[in-house]
Ligand binder design. Structure first.
Ligand code: 26Q
Length: 821
C-alpha cells in the first residue's frame, strides 16, 4: 500500500503536466489563468521536488540499513547555482518535462531562468564543494554535506558608472529545494568560563559554562545523483534565538527593544556570507559562524553514531570528516571536547579517534589567506576550546622535542601558537596535527605545500601524511547541462551518454578529430554558443560583438594574483598596435572580443580599481571608429554559476594567467577546455596537468616558472628590473589620460613600480603578448583549431570530479558505495 501511494514517478509527459498544474493550483493557490513564468517555474520545481523526495527518503533508509562508513564534507561554502535544470537532467526527465511545459504554453528555458542562484560561496572552493556533492551522489557514496544557511549569499554586483556596487543577495523568498527540520535543533554556547573540579577518583573535570546560547535549526537540501536513485543530503544550519534564551519576560514586560536585539544577535550568525575569497578577515562574527556550524554538525554526527551503540573506538570506522580548508578546523577541537569533557574518554584514546577521523584539504599558499585567530578574541568566545588547543599543542611540541631534541627554532616554527603580539592561533597547523591526511588540490600545489609552508610537518610526520588529489568538475553540469548541443553531438559519436558517468570514454572522440563533417558540426555548435553570448552582451550592455571574432574570456574572482590587470594591459597594448597600423595592416588582423567578469571583495580596493580600468578601456575602445570589430572589450556584470554555464561554451580562448605558484588549482580552466575552448595560461595549478593530458601543442603556455618567482621578486625589491617596454607604453598611455582621469589608476601603476611588482606582471608581459600573437595565428587555421579542440576534449577525462571523489574515497576516507534500490 505504501509503495502504491509513494509512487510519484512521472514516467510520462502527462503525469508531469498534471503534477505541475496541481502544484500551481493547490500548493501555490494560483489559477492557470494568472500563471506567470515564475508560478510555472515554481510548479515545475515542486513537481520535480516531489520526485526527489521519494528517492531521498529511500537513500537515507538504505544508508541506515547498510550501516557503513559515511563521509561528512564540512564546507562554509556550497556554490550550488540553480537546481531545477540539474535535477531534470540527473533524473533523465528533461525531455518530456520540456515537452509538457511547452504544451502548457511556456518554454522550459524561460522557466529555468526564473530560478535564483543558490550562491552560498565566493568562488572556486565553494563550487568545488558543489561538484563534489554531485559526484558523491552520482557514485552512490553515503555522504552528507554540512554548511551554513546564509540568509544573504554572495552579493550581487552592479556596475554603475564603471564601478562595482554591491547589492544584497536575498535569495530565500521562494526556495523549494530546502526543508526546515523543526525537530532538529541544537543549542550552541559561546563565551562564559570554564569550571574545573576534581572527581572522587582524583581525575579532573572541565565544564564549560556558556554565557550565550543560540539555537541551530537544520535545513535539508536533496542532492540527486546522475543515473542513480541515490539522493544525498546537504544539511545547512540556520541560527535563531534558543527557546530558553529569547527573553519572553523582557518581551512581556515591554522591553521590546532589548528582546528584539537578542533575537537579531542570534540571527546575525547565519545572516551573511563573508565576501572574501582567498583572504583572512579575523572578525569575531566569522569565528562565531565557524563554531556555530561546526558544533551543530558534530553534535548531529555524534548523535547518529551513538544510535548504533558501538564502542567509541569504532568511530573512525563509521565516520570520515573532510575539512574544506581550515574554516572548519574547530571540529577537531570540538570533537576532543565531546570525547573528553562529555563522554569522559581519556585524552590519548580521544586523540587517536580524532586523528583517525579527519582529513584536511588545503586550497592556498597565499600567506594572506592562511587563517589565524587572535588568542584574546578566541579566549573570550571559546575559553574551553583554547585550553584544549593549548593541550594539543603541548603534547605535540613535547613529541617533536623528543624526536628533535633542543631544536628550539623548530618548536617555535611549528607551534600552533604564533608568538606575535597578540599571540595568534595558526589554524592550518592545528588542522595538520589533528588530521590523518592532508591534501593539496593539484600536483604543483601539493608539492609546493610540502616544500614551503608545511615543510617542517613533512619532516615530523613523514611524507605519507601529505598527498595530492587534483580537483575535478562535474561533467553533468559543466558539459551536459551547460552545453546540451555539444553533449548531444558527443553522444551521437560515442553511441550513448555513458561518458557522463565515465568521462574517460571521451577518448573515443579522438579518431574523429580530422573528420571534416564532424569538425564542421563541432565548430557550428561553438558558433551558436558564441551567438547566444553575443545576443546576451547586446541585450545587457548594448555593445555589438561579431560572433566570428575570437572570444577571449577571463571570468573569475578579481584578484591581483589572478592578474586581470595583466590581461587589460595586454588589451591596451593591442589597441595601441591597432591604432598604429595602416588600414591594410589592420585588415589582416584577427578580430577579438575580450570578455571579463568577476566580483571584487568589497574591501579590496586594488581589485575594484582593476574593474574600473577594464570598464574605462571598454568605453574608449568600443567607441573608436578606427577599430570597429577588430577589438571589443566587455565586462559581464555579476558573474555567477549560471553565467559561467553560458560563458564556458562560448569561448575560443580563456585566460588562466596567475603568477606561477599562486593559483592552487583553478577549476574553470577545466570547464573551458571541456567545452571545446583552448587556454592561454601560466605553468600554475591544474594548467600543468591539463597540458600533460591534452599535449603541449594544444595549450598556450607562457611566463616564468614557480621556482623562479622568489628570485624575480628579490630583483624587483633591489630595483634591478627595468619595466618591460611594451608595459611602459601602456602605463604611459594610462597616465596620459587616454582612459580617463589617470589619478584613478595611480595605485595600479604604483604597484608595478615602487610597489615592487609582486605579481611579476612586467616579467611575464613580453611572453604574454608574444603568446597572444601565436593565438591569433593559430585561430586563422580553422581546421587545425577544430582538430586541436576535439583532441583536447577527448583527453579531458581525468578532470571529472568523479575521479577526484574516487581518489578521496579510496585513499583518504576508506568508504564504499551503497546501492539504493
Ligand atoms: C578566510 C578567512 C576569513 C574569511 C574568508 C576566508 C576565505 C574564504 C574563501 C578564504 C578562502 C576562500 C576561498 C578560497 C578558494 O576559493 N580557493 C580556491 O580553491 C579552488 C578549489 O580548490 C582552487 O581551484 C583555487 O585555485 C583556489 O584559489
Amino acid at each position: 500500500l505504501w509503495k502504491k501511494f509513494a509512487a510519484t514517478e512521472f514516467s510520462k509527459k502527462e503525469e508531469f503536466q498534471r503534477e505541475v498544474v496541481r502544484h500551481v493550483e493547490t500548493t501555490l493557490a494560483r489559477s492557470l489563468y494568472n500563471c506567470d513564468e515564475l508560478a510555472a517555474y515554481s510548479g515545475a520545481a515542486l513537481a520535480m521536488r516531489d520526485k526527489l523526495i521519494i528517492d531521498w527518503n529511500k537513500t537515507q533508509q538504505a544508508h541506515t540499513l547498510a550501516d557503513q562508513k559515511r563521509v561528512y564534507y564540512l564546507s562554509l561554502e556550497f556554490l550550488m547555482g540553480r537546481t531545477l535544470d540539474n535535477a531534470l537532467l540527473n533524473r533523465n526527465v528533461k525531455e518530456y518535462a520540456a515537452e509538457g511545459i511547452s504544451e502548457l504554453g511556456f518554454r522550459m528555458e524561460d522557466l529555468i531562468d526564473q530560478e535564483h542562484d543558490a550562491a552560498l560561496g565566493n568562488g572556486g572552493l565553494g563550487r568545488l564543494a558543489a561538484c563534489f556533492l554531485d559526484s558523491l551522489a552520482s557514485l552512490s557514496y553515503p555522504a552528507w554535506g554540512y554548511g551554513l544557511r546564509y540568509r544573504y549569499g554572495i552579493f550581487k554586483q552592479e556596475i554603475i558608472d564603471g564601478y562595482q556596487v554591491e547589492v544584497p543577495d536575498y535569495w530565500l523568498d521562494f526556495n523549494p529545494w530546502e526543508f526546515p527540520r523543526h525537530d532538529i535543533t541544537v543549542d550552541i554556547m559561546f563565551y562564559g568560563y570554564v569550571r574545573r573540579y576534581t572527581e572522587d577518583d582524583g581525575s579532573t573535570v572541565n565544564i564549560w559554562e556558556g554565557g550565550e546560547v543560540v539555537q541551530a535549526l537544520a535545513y535539508d537540501v536533496p542532492i540527486p545523483g546522475y543515473g542513480t536513485s541515490t539522493t544525498n543530503n546537504l544539511r545547512l544550519w540556520s541560527s535563531k534565538p534558543s527557546t530558553g534564551e529569547f527573553d519572553f519576560q523582557k518581551f512581556n514586560s515591554g522591553d521590546y527593544e532589548s528582546s528584539v536585539r537578542d533575537q537579531q544577535r542570534a540571527e546575525t550568525i547565519s545572516a551573511v556570507l563573508y565576501p572574501n575569497d582567498n583572504i583572512d578577515v579575523g572578525k569575531e562574527l566569522r569565528l562565531k559562524q565557524q563554531y556555530f556550524w561546526v558544533a551543530a554538525s558534530l553534535y548531529d554526527i555524534v548523535r547518529r553514531f551513538k544510535k548504533s551503540h558501538r564502542a567509541w573506538t569504532e568511530f573512525p570506522h563509521q565516520v570520515a570528516i573532510q575539512l574544506n580548508d581550515t574554516h572548519p578546523t574547530l571540529a577537531i577541537v570540538e570533537l576532543m571536547r565531546i570525547l573528553v569533557d562529555k563522554e569522559h574518554l581519556d585524552w590519548d584514546t580521544a586523540w587517536n579517534i580524532v586523528t583517525e577521523t579527519f582529513g584536511y584539504t588545503n586550497h592556498t599558499v597565499l600567506p594572506e589567506a592562511l587563517e589565524k585567530w587572535s588568542v584574546p578574541l578566541f579566549q573570550n568566545l571559546l575559553p574551553r576550546h583554547l585550553q584544549i588547543i593549548y593541550d594539543i599543542n603541548l603534547f605535540f611540541l613535547q613529541s617533536v622535542e623528543r624526536r628533535f631534541p633542543k631544536d628550539r627554532e623548530l618548536l617555535s616554527r611549528v607551534s600552533i601558537i604564533e608568538e606575535s603580539n597578540p599571540q595568534v592561533i595558526r589554524m592550518a597547523y592545528l588542522a595538520i596535527i589533528g588530521s590523518k591526511k592532508v591534501n593539496g588540490v593539484a600536483e604543483l600545489h601539493s608539492d609546493l605545500i610540502k616544500t614551503t609552508i608545511f615543510k617542517d610537518f613533512v619532516n615530523i610526520f613523514g611524507p605519507d601524511k601529505f598527498t595530492n588529489v587534483t580537483n575535478g568538475v562535474t561533467p553533468r553540469r559543466w558539459l551536459h547541462q551547460a552545453n546540451p548541443q555539444l553533449s548531444a553531438l558527443i553522444k551521437e559519436k560515442l553511441g550513448s551518454y555513458d561518458f557522463l558517468k565515465d568521462l574517460s570514454l571521451l577518448g573515443g572522440l579522438e579518431k574523429f578529430a580530422d573528420d571534416k563533417n564532424f569538425q564542421k558540426e563541432w565548430m557550428d555548435i561553438k558558433f551558436r554558443n558564441k551567438q547566444r553570448l553575443a545576443k546576451y552582451i547586446k541585450d545587457t550592455t548594448s555593445i555589438s560583438v561579431n560572433p566570428s571574432a575570437l572570444f577571449d574570456i577571463q571570468v573569475k574572482r578579481i584578484h591581483e594574483y589572478k592578474r586581470q590587470q595583466m590581461n587589460i594591459f595586454g588589451v591596451i597594448s593591442r589597441y595601441l598596435s591597432l591604432k598604429a597600423m595602416t588600414k591594410e595592416e589592420r585588415a589582416k588582423q584577427v578580430p577579438r572580443v575580450s570578455i571579463f567578469g568577476g566580483k571584487a571583495a568589497p574591501g579590496y580596493w586594488m581589485a575594484k580599481t582593476i574593474i574600473r580600468l577594464i570598464t574605462a578601456v571598454s568605453e574608449v575602445v568600443n567607441n573608436d571608429a578606427d577599430i570597429g570589430d577588430l577589438l571589443k572589450v566587455v565586462f559581464i556584470e555579476d558573474y555567477n554559476v549560471s553565467k559561467a554555464e553560458f560563458l564556458c561554451p562560448a569561448s575560443d580562448l580563456s585566460e588562466h594567467i596567475s603568477t606561477a605558484g599562486t593559483e592552487a588549482s583553478g577549476t574553470s580552466n577545466m570547464k573551458f577546455v571541456l567545452n571545446g575552448g583552448l587556454i592561454i595560461g601560466t605553468c600554475d595549478g591544474a594548467n600543468i596537468e591539463i597540458t600533460r593530458e591534452i599535449g603541449e601543442e594544444r595549450i598556450f603556455l607562457f611566463g616564468n616558472l614557480a621556482e623562479d618567482v622568489e628570485d624575480l621578486r628579490h630583483a624587483h625589491r633591489y630595483g634591478k628590473t627595468p619595466m618591460d617596454p611594451a608595459l611602459k607604453e601602456v602605463c604611459d598611455e594610462i597616465q596620459k589620460g587616454t582612459f580617463g582621469e589617470p589619478g584613478v589608476f595611480a595605485g595600479l601603476i604604483h604597484a608595478l613600480t615602487e610597489g615592487g611588482d609582486y605579481y611579476l606582471v612586467s616579467d611575464d608581459f613580453a611572453s604574454y603578448l608574444s603568446t597572444h600573437k601565436l593565438v591569433d595565428e593559430a585561430f586563422k587555421d580553422t581546421a587545425a583549431w577544430a582538430h586541436n579542440t576535439i583532441v583536447a576534449v577527448s583527453r579531458m577525462g581525468f578532470f571529472t570530479s568523479d575521479r577526484a571523489i574516487n581518489e578521496y574515497a579510496d585513499e583518504i576516507w576508506n568508504i564504499d558505495p551503497v546501492k539504493v534500490d
